[in-house]
Design a protein around this ligand. Structure first.
Ligand SMILES: Nc1nc2c(c(=O)[nH]1)N[C@H]1C(S)=C(S)[C@@H](COP(=O)(O)O)O[C@H]1N2
Ligand SMILES: [Mo]
Length: 498
């Protein structure tokens, strides 16, 4: 091996030591304060809307992983280049580490949940990186002219790489979800005092099940590192323009009169035919009860819900108090909320897209007004009020599939939360619309499965679906992308019958 690869590895060892040390310190401060997590979160908040849409479309639920891997790859290449340059001028290495520390600290300090301690991981990381840099490169200054292969301490590089690996892994583990997982396992949810009806689904192969198992539930949020909230430390504050501010612990919440309801939530980012929706049995406290106790002042027309990581949603106060089952939820399908779905407490409001209602890791409900406060996505130009648009999807047959021909089951789901789905129609090759059979439903807040038997002639065919809500409004054919308040258009699939 000649000198350059060793110097490149030495650079990676310095950067790795810096990141590993930062990870260890972040485990004690807050996982989100680690420099890569903080810079990543800052990128998530800063990227323009079209890029974010592109990322969600292209990488789906892996968009976060792709972002972290990209940051990792950029750091790796930069560290290797700096490692080589540092042989001639060690100051290049010090400058790079200072920049890494400064960028990490700045990103961490500007996170909404940050306090001054959030700068520590980046500072400690840069200091540790500088120490390793000095240890590995101190002999280069003595050789004149510098000879990279001989100058850099080869054995030191290996030791530093191994040390960084061990320290990084330890920091990652210590800052992991272990403690919260254990606390969640220990939670015993009380029974609901008011148990809503349970719907029964159709069992058709390829059709989305009526109740979505927690493990299959879609996940959408801006959190690169899942907020870790221990139930024992948990506080929910009702603040802002209220006569009586309230503060509740997790135990206080569980001791209240809880209800259980089946509610389908869905994301505004669904393209036509999208799968960002799920139906669960939620256990929770009616938000209206809490608001009645707090007594919102006149004009407080927006309920701003805030997450532990500073994310916000804004829901019309009128919607929260109009009798629908807006919940401060603690349970999902008979279990405490999974960590990625908001443990220990989240909001669920039937009829509104998630970004204006379904705050996970909920810590504060602040009464404000639409005039006075723009929540996270509204600041990024999404609509301030976002009722769910009627949606229908063909789940089976799958696009481009070949079916046997003859009697073929076409089935899917449709939703129009809090209005209800009244009619689903299917047509083949732009022919007559055919009325699908609808599964019975328990109310208007869940999706509705549908099926239709198609007598398929041989050849290629286009199947299309459209739904009509209980107010008599049929989905428009006009195709629109999700921004700024939800996509429109009819879902279609092309299949071949034998
Ligand atoms: N704290 C927090 N809550 C959040 C979000 C978020 O980014 N952060 N995203 C919202 C959006 S856009 C949707 S669609 C729902 C998704 O909930 P789920 O991940 O449990 O399916 O969560 C909402 N709650
Ligand atoms: Mo969403």
């Amino acid at each position: 091996m000649n000198g350059k690869p060793i110097a490149a590895l030495a650079g990676i060892a310095c950067a790795g030591s810096a990141l590993a040390a930062a990870q260890l310190v972040a485990a004690a401060v807050a996982p989100g304060s680690a420099p890569v997590a903080a810079v990543g979160a800052a990128v998530v908040d800063a990227v323009p809307e079209p890029v974010k849409e592109f990322a969600i479309r292209t990488f789906g639920a892996n968009d976060k992983l792709v972002l972290l891997l990209t940051i990792g790859a950029v750091l790796l290449v930069a560290a290797a280049v700096v490692g080589i340059l540092a042989v001639r001028r060690i100051a290049v290495g010090h400058t790079a580490l200072a920049l890494l520390g400064a960028a990490g600290a700045a990103a961490a300090l500007t996170r909404p949940a940050a306090n001054a301690a959030w700068a520590l991981p980046s500072i400690a990381g840069a200091a540790c990186g500088a120490l390793v840099l000095w240890l590995l490169y101190r002999r280069t200054a003595a050789t004149e002219p510098p000879v990279p292969g001989r100058a850099v301490d080869r054995r030191g590089v290996l030791i530093a790489l191994a040390g960084a690996g061990v320290a990084g892994a330890a920091g990652w583990r210590l800052g992991g979800t272990g403690e919260v997982d254990a606390a969640r396992d220990a939670v015993r949810l009380p029974a609901a005092v008011d148990v809503g009806p349970a719907g029964e689904g159709l069992d058709i192969e390829g059709l989305t099940p009526y109740v979505t198992p927690n493990a299959d539930f879609y996940r959408v949020d801006t959190a690169l590192v899942i907020p870790r909230v221990l139930p024992d430390d948990y506080r929910l504050k009702i603040t802002g323009r209220v006569k009586h501010p309230i503060e509740l612990s997790y135990r206080d919440l569980l001791e209240r009169d809880l209800v259980e309801r089946e509610i389908t939530i869905s994301c505004v980012s669904n393209e036509v035919g999208g799968t960002l929706a799920g139906n669960a049995r939620w256990l929770g406290l009616p938000l209206a009860d809490l608001l009645a106790e707090a007594e919102p002042e006149p004009g407080a027309d927006q309920v701003v819900s805030r997450s532990e990581d500073g994310w916000t949603a804004g829901t019309p106060t009128a919607v929260c108090t109009d009798g629908r089952d807006a919940l401060v939820a603690v349970g999902m399908n008979g279990e405490p909320l999974p960590l990625e779905h908001g443990f220990p407490v989240r909001m669920v409001v039937p009829g509104l897209y998630g970004y204006v209602s379904a705050t996970k890791w909920l810590v504060e409900i602040e009464l404000s007004s639409f005039a006075d406060f723009d929540p996270y996505w509204v600041r990024r130009d999404w609509a301030a009020e976002a009722p769910i648009k009627t949606f229908s999807r063909i789940d089976t047959p799958k696009p481009l599939k070949t079916v046997a021909g003859g009697a073929t089951t076409v089935a899917g789901v449709a939703w129009a939360q809090h209005r209800g789905v009244e009619l689903v129609e299917v047509r083949v090759d732009e022919g007559e619309w055919n009325e699908a059979d609808l599964a019975p439903v328990i109310g208007t807040d869940t999706w509705r499965q549908w099926s239709w038997t198609w007598e398929a002639d041989p050849g290629r065919h286009k199947l299309e679906v459209r739904a009509t809500d209980a107010e008599g409004d049929t989905q428009t054919r006009e195709r629109r992308t999700p921004f700024p308040d939800g996509a429109t258009g009819w879902h279609s699939v092309v299949v071949t019958a034998e």
